[in-house]
Design a protein around this ligand. Structure first.
Ligand SMILES: [Zn+2]
Length: 636
């Protein structure tokens, strides 16, 4: 069997984000099967870097190597910078270099939007696999559009499959995130005690952990409120702590100490994780700024609060989890919260709120469901969970008073379930089976197909050129990808219009609209496309020849006047399409098919299935007969 080339597009595998970890787990599993040639297209990284050489598969980044290229993208605007980071800018380059048989893009729902109009992606059909982290309901129109444009979409959580089904979309399946359990397990009571001693924490302390980016959506404040309430109501006798394994100075993040003061939580009860850049040792301590002297290797300014570049390794993260007695993880929206899975692997009792992917957890009997209400996010109007601190306080008191035997029972059930859902053995196997089910692609054929379909560009950037002729020629070349001569009838038409005082913006809009329609045509059948047009419709048929088609252009202008408000369809052999492209008197150019010889088959008056209201066959008119029943005798 031919080895398949698999291209994976997601966060860089050494980045400690959910997507980065998932990508790394997938690529490592596939690497170990020895079945595939593997390529990685890493979001937000430069295209070439020596750093990639330490990985055993080929890596390229999504961003240009040259600063001046990046500057040009910045000038186009924020949307294009983001598109570039996800992979849109270098997409053609990576596809042409790798020629993948399978292309997996694992990303946020607003990532890789421009992929859908890429001609190579369209040719790849089902071998292009979008794996999207839907994290909220209701879905936005452009998120739904994804289901319409792609043969199959994969999501990370059950709720997204259910929501898609509710919307009548049946091409959506779940492949969840992969979380490697090999570093996560419950440590023995002896090791746990030693860890606490090491960081100066009382051995019998009660510690609540929350591990995530310090983002507003991660609901740290509710956890603090729940913790404060619990202490106030129950007065626990043991020392208690909140362990926030996060970055205290992340831009736009929570200001923990401000809320601690507000809620009367002692600042020294809030712990976080520090790591040394040089020797990689870590410690858990109260947050006190960055760039400390490392207590382990004694080098200056290298001991910092963890961040997404410099974090702890998985073995150390397992120790951080094992310092704690339970995990409280609230999130107002959630694609998949990997920390919940790691926490269950490490045997922690878990509390979380039932929304989006978190429902997978709260449905389990060993997980405490944090009661929540729902608000609406400004702008997107997504549902947003608002957590009830009382429900968190209740969980803390229950966990605080449980016996070690009761906790062990919860730990075992949680770990077993998490392994059955998220371990590489289970999830990577699904990826492997999916990849193996897809055919090997013929890239020579794909290249030929792409070249033969000149791709229109409705979003091309048009420069202001004073000379009308050069300006219109620019519209043809940049938007419709056509080079027209000075005596081209379409060009002459537009120049006359401009002389008469037509507005340049209107003409530009017309070209963009034409290009968009051309692109859409490829995703619909002809019949669907015609049925979607609610205007009354004229069908002009002229199968051949090129000479006749050019002569026909002359009659189109008067036809447009006679049938004001109608959509004019021109059916001809596709080899003549280019002559007609951009002609203002034609709304749709469609391929000629033999049934169009028969007027009765085409018009709605005599046949319910007829698609058109008026029929004009220029070939027959010129050669045999002149008048046809529907021409100037409009059917109602
Ligand atoms: Zn050090």
């Amino acid at each position: 069997m031919q080895r398949k080339k698999v291209l994976i597009n997601t966060d860089y595998p050494l980045l400690k984000t959910g997507l980065g970890k998932n990508g790394r787990n997938l690529v490592e599993y596939l690497y170990n099967t020895k079945k595939y040639d593997l390529y990685y297209y890493a979001c937000g990284m430069v295209y070439d870097s020596v750093e990639y050489e330490r990985l055993p598969y080929t890596v390229h980044g999504t961003m240009p190597n040259m600063q001046n290229e990046m500057d040009a993208i910045r000038q186009k605007g924020e949307y294009w910078v983001r598109d570039c980071a996800y992979g849109g800018y270098n997409l053609n380059r990576i596809l042409k270099e790798v020629k993948p048989d399978v292309f997996i893009t694992s990303n946020d729902t607003w990532g890789s939007e421009t992929y859908l109009d890429n001609p190579y992606i369209k040719e790849m059909a089902a071998n292009f696999i979008p794996h999207k982290t839907y994290d909220s309901v209701p879905f936005l129109p452009n998120q739904i559009e994804y289901f319409n444009k792609v043969s199959k979409v994969y999501v990370w959580a059950d709720f997204a499959v259910e929501e898609a089904k509710r919307l009548g979309k049946n091409n959506v399946s779940k492949i969840t995130g992969i979380v490697d359990p090999s570093h996560f397990r419950k440590l023995s009571p002896f090791i746990k005690s030693r860890l606490r001693q090491k960081f100066g924490i009382p051995e019998d302390a009660f510690i609540v952990v929350k591990c995530s980016r310090n983002q507003i959506r991660k609901q740290f404040k509710s956890v603090m409120e729940g913790y404060a309430k619990w202490k106030k109501i129950n007065n626990p006798t043991r020392a208690t702590y909140l362990l926030f394994h996060t970055n205290f100075t992340e831009p736009h993040g929570w200001d923990f100490f401000r809320f601690a003061d507000e809620l009367s939580i002692k600042r020294e009860e809030i712990l976080t994780t520090y790591v040394c850049k040089k020797c990689k040792n870590y410690a858990v301590a109260q947050f006190q700024g960055n760039e400390h002297k490392c207590p382990f290797c004694h080098q200056d300014k290298c001991f910092n609060n963890i961040n997404i570049q410099d974090g702890v390794d998985e073995e150390q993260l397992n120790e951080v989890y094992n310092l704690a007695d339970c995990m409280v993880h609230g999130a107002d929206a959630a694609g998949l919260e990997i920390t919940c899975i790691e926490g269950l692997y490490a045997g922690l009792p878990l509390a979380t709120n039932p929304y989006a992917s978190l429902e997978m957890f709260t449905k389990q009997p060993f997980v405490h469901e944090i009661q929540c209400t729902f608000g609406v996010q400004h702008g997107t109007q997504f549902k947003r969970a608002v957590l009830d601190p009382n429900s968190i306080a209740k969980f803390l008191q229950q966990t605080y008073t449980k016996t070690p035997q009761e906790i062990d029972k919860i730990s075992r059930a949680g770990r077993e379930w998490a392994l059955s859902q998220f371990s590489p053995k289970v999830v990577c196997k699904q990826w492997e089976e999916l990849i193996d089910s897809l055919p090997v692609l013929d890239w020579d054929q794909i290249e030929r197909n792409v070249q033969s379909k000149q791709t229109k560009d409705p979003n091309a950037i048009i420069e202001e050129i004073a000379d009308n002729k050069e300006w219109v020629k620019q519209l043809y070349s940049k938007i419709l990808k056509m080079n027209v001569s000075d005596n081209d009838s379409g060009l002459i038409h537009w120049l006359v219009q401009l002389q008469k005082g037509a507005n340049r913006q209107d003409i530009l809009n017309y070209f963009r609209h034409t290009a968009t329609q051309e692109i859409n045509k490829k995703t619909f059948t002809l019949e669907d496309q015609i049925k979607q047009d609610t205007n009354r419709k004229v069908l002009v048929v002229l199968k051949e020849s090129i000479g006749d088609v050019i002569i026909a252009l002359g009659v189109l202008e008067s036809l447009r006047k006679s049938y004001a408000g109608y959509s004019i369809y021109f059916a001809t052999d596709p080899i003549h399409f280019e002559i007609l492209d951009g002609n203002p008197n034609i709304d749709h150019i469609i391929p000629y098919v033999p049934f169009m010889e028969h007027e009765l088959a085409c018009v709605s008056k005599f046949n319910d299935k007829g698609l058109f209201d008026v029929y004009i066959n220029l070939g027959i008119s010129t050669q045999r007969q002149l008048n046809y029943i529907t021409n100037n005798n409009i059917c109602i």
